[in-house]
Design a protein around this ligand. Sequence first.
Ligand code: GDP
Length: 195
Amino acid sequence: MKVTSSEFIISAVGPKQYPTDGLHEIALVGRSNVGKSSLLNKMMNRKGLARISSRPGKTQTLNYFRVNQMLYFVDFPGYGYAKVAKTIKEQWGKMIEGYLKNRNELRFIIQLVDIRHAPSKDDIAMYDWCKQIGLPTVVVATKGDKIARGRWLQHTKIIRQSLNLRGDDTIIVFSSETGQGKDELWAEIMRRIRA
Ligand code: GDP
């Protein structure tokens, strides 16, 4: 996918601020520090664009980025400080729950987990919750450059098993340092929004 334009649109605090042009939306979730803003910047070919990324304790907003007048990446607040198992209903608030459950434009979730570690309880809760509401998930194992390529399979297997990956869900190894996985993730995005 050739990215010809990417821009920050809005930090939405509620549904009234969501775009109304009907473009596809892809939500990105993961614990703070997992590499979400770095991945977004890499995917959009823009170094500083996603640095607005939500810091724990800050106002919880959904940050919209538009790519090629074709789709929006919707950057979610990082979890991990506020516990997700509880949060989906409590701290994360009704806005986020409502968005995931009701947003027609939402096609699927990109859930980021660090390739080096087994998914946390929060990661598992997030994944399970998306399955309950019928949202497909593409799992991205971030920071692939931090372990040897020869160990990727072993690590993604642990992630796959811990999350109990279901249906058409898939896992992609990514590195914002090397660009590993970028083309594969774009191909997966295009496949899913065209389906
Ligand atoms: P966020 O909180 O999920 O948005 O995470 P950031 O994108 O801000 O990344 C957190 C830290 O991990 C930063 O120090 C990044 O430089 C680092 N990081 C992110 N992605 C990668 C990666 O693919 N490889 C390596 N080596 N470091 C990364």
